[in-house]
Design a protein. Sequence first.
Length: 686
Amino acid sequence: MVIADDGGGQVSYNGGESWSSYHKYATAQFYQVITDDQFPYWIYGAQQDNSTVAIKSRTDGYGIDESDWHPVAGGESGYIAPDPENPDVTFGGSYGGYLNKFNEVTKQSDRIDVWPNNPMGSGAADLRYRFQWTFPIYISPHNPDVLYATSQYVHRSTDEGMSWEQISDDLTRNEKSKQQESGGPITKDDTSVEYYNTIFSFIESPVEPGVLWAGADDGLIHVSRDNGETWENVTPEGMPETMISIIEAGQFDGGTAYVAATRYKFSDFSPMLYKTDDYGQSWTRINEGIPAKDFTRTIREDPNREGLLYTGTETGMYVSFNDGKQWQPLQLNLPSVPITDLAVHKRDKDLVVATQGRSFWILDELNVLHQISDEINSMPYHLYKPERTYLFGGPSVSEPGGTLGQNPEPGAVVHYNLQETTDSEVKLEFYEDNGDMIRSFSSEQTLEGEPVKESEQFYEEEGITQSDVVPVQQGLNTFTWNRRYPGATDLEGRQILWAGSTNGPRAVPGTYLVRLVVDDETIMEQEFEITKDPRIETTQEDFQAQFDLHQTIIAKLDTTHKTINRIREIRGEINELLEENPGEEATKLANTIKEQLDEIENALVQTKAEAYQDVLNYPIKLNNKLAALASTVATGDNHPTKQQYAVYEELAKKVDAQFERLEPILSGDFPELRQEIDSPAVPIEN
């Protein structure tokens, strides 16, 4: 049995005796969405019949769970405005004109209502201020000390809500007949969601200070070009009475604005999108490509590409690459669900989607949409410039149907187009900025010609796997490099490493190059940046020192493992030789060599360990100590310690001592054994 209500969904498997928590399924109904500029950035929204919430956009764990959420200002229905200078402080609203300031650190919540006269149970007609259920709350993009809120008027505060000034006249139709008490005849229902003739959307131009836009739930649109001194009615001619759901100020031009309007309350489900580029003096309808019965709720312009627009409708997502002249679906894996609001994060190039019933969603890697064109689509092959990659982030783990938020890919994500599926070998090659190749991945062979071997420890430490196969499907293909350099050779057979791995070091912050190669011909190359976590103070010299020591340890481990593998090969060859000629002298020499090989191997690797926890009984040896030291050096982002260098020198000397013991066997004893066995027997003369 399933119950669906305005708080979400609950499921019972025992006929209603017990029910799942709302939190088991991601069914929140969010009204608006806004992001901040922290790293990682946070997403804010108010959810119907539940708390307001701030949620991390990515974590260094296996996903985004409840430990990465916390409540913020406001109630179930309102806008939220995080303080740009201190994101621990948020301003939020709810019905009844509720407005508060909340500090996440101190947990102090202050009421800063524009007019703290609770209207509950009253119709809107006789109120001094008509605050809608979701009245806008907005901080100026040009002055973080300026806070706006709207009723039928625009209100402004410059002292964090300690006082408010009214900077507009009534910007609605103010039809008293539509402001009467709601409900009846048995019970009324006046909580402010029923209030009409209110300013439903508000924004200030991000590129021209003082250009203010206000849209009412009754269809009027006003603009002020002098910071609220005067307002002009610029409602599109012929637009019927409608709710101005969202006004989006142009990201590149102060005279540009976009409007998403709805008339579903009039049983009119047609999309209503408008654009102006002359401060509202004229408007153009921009609905082409959106189904006739899929009404529009929100519209946003991408701040990284002029004319790239996104709109959310009652059923899903659409995108326009030509300033609204033509729209096409951008649904991808997004459920068919009402889209209530959108936010584009300029720095991280993400599209954040608020839904009514399926919580928040994020579309990563907007850089593809920023670069795509008809010319690119017509090319046989095209390699997109990768987006900046941060040295931060846990694995991208999906939990279908659950509440675990999925992290973005933690590696360098590469996108490329293939006009057709191809049988040609396609390779992606990654280079340092000096031209040295780091890794090469192919559509036809495994990583550097060998199968990928991911150790159990590798998953425990990072959870980041590296696919070695380059996809070659028609259309857009995606490949992620996990930023790792080649690691050490693995041991043949079972490999037990406690608290260590054979992984190579991570790429340090800097400029890198990726090449798209088809049949050994370079088609395109693109530079991309790997950037440190901006919250840390590690210097480039520290990163390089960490990389160099890790690389040195891995090189020594690589030689150690190759040596162990060679010892095992020699032992096998000796046994085969003895089968061919089990002579007494040969057997004696062979046994001596094998004893020496056993001693060297047992010094380099714990040969008694058959299972992971066997090393609790049989101490780890030099190879494992090197692997563990490498993992220790690679932990975090910092310069290696003096003692890490010292331990490496000590281990390296012990390893080299075993190599020195092996050298005469390889150069003398083993060849001598072969000669002994391969020499023909001398006949005895009669």
